[in-house]
Design a binder for this molecule. Structure first.
Ligand code: ADP
Ligand code: ADP
Ligand code: ZN
Length: 234
């Protein structure tokens, strides 16, 4: 753990899921949200929402997202700062897809310090690049509740019906193509992978083999997250 304040449980637990596109960050963040009462803060979801609403940030982000680049630090940091200020985040957050650059990691430290909090654990989901194209190109989500699925690895139990909400509409992301995955992986290796060393140096890093099946990754995560949130393992 990085400081004494967080060890007392007096401040909000902060967890980071690091990993390339398709590593399983969103899938696992949703499970942690349910199991530990943490709030999933996905910058990808927040940016897609800004694009859909046609905000100024959304307009600036859209073209970059379409080609698989990284949206500017200023835009992303502002979106995260706003979201972290919402009262529900006091119960603890799981950051999914943020930070993605060293500038974002530095900004996060400042935002958390203002709240007397710090990063309790940065968990690196480690996967082979070769598996990512398959993970990304088979991904789809429920249009109503956002639950994630996969053509080969996680079909709904009843075909065409969402396990979570019973919805029957599903969608695929415009940027989930084989070409964009290559750009996104390149951005990951150039800009985001250095954060693994950054959190390792702080003693906050955990690594998980995310080539395992979804349920096995989930168990490995629970073993890390339970002590951090003070919750007992089920
Ligand atoms: P990320 O948020 O890191 O981009 P997702 O959680 O959206 O990744 O997962 C990408 C796709 O791979 C989804 O379709 C998901 O159902 C599937 N998936 C996630 N974790 C695993 C896993 N451990 N094994 C196989 N498929 C997985
Ligand atoms: P994935 O987990 O599959 O990489 P995300 O939903 O996290 O996808 O992100 C989708 C896109 O949104 C990224 O390719 C990037 O353009 C943008 N994005 C999301 N989070 C960030 C961030 N922290 N910094 C810069 N760009 C981001
Ligand atoms: Zn649903």
């Amino acid at each position: 753990m990085t400081d004494a304040t967080t060890a007392t449980g007096a401040t909000m637990p902060v967890l980071i899921l690091l990993g390339p596109p398709g590593a399983g960050k969103g899938t696992q963040a949703k499970k942690l949200e349910e199991q530990f009462g943490l709030i999933q803060l996905s910058t990808g979801d927040l940016l897609r929402d800004a694009v859909a609403r046609g905000t100024q940030a959304g307009k600036a982000a859209q073209e970059v997202m379409d080609r698989g680049g990284l949206v500017g630090d200023d835009i992303v940091i502002r979106i995260v700062a706003d979201r972290l200020d919402a009262p529900d985040c006091e119960q603890g957050v799981i950051l999914d897809g943020f930070p993605r650059t060293t500038a974002q990691a530095a900004a996060l430290e400042g935002l958390l310090a203002q709240k007397g909090a710090s990063v309790n654990a940065a968990i690196s989901l480690e996967v082979d690049d070769a598996a990512m194209v398959e993970r990304i190109s088979g991904r789809f989500t429920c249009a109503a509740c956002g639950e994630g699925y996969h053509d080969s690895f996680k079909q709904p139990q009843a075909q065409g019906v969402c396990d979570k909400c019973g919805g029957t509409e599903f969608k695929r992301r415009a940027d989930d193509t084989a070409e964009t995955v290559r750009s996104r992986l390149a951005a990951y290796h150039a800009d985001t992978a250095p954060l693994i060393d950054f959190y390792d140096a702080k003693g906050a890093l955990h690594r998980i083999d995310a080539m395992q099946p979804i349920a096995a990754v989930e168990r490995s995560l629970q073993a890390i997250v339970a002590p951090v949130t003070g919750a007992a393992l089920a």
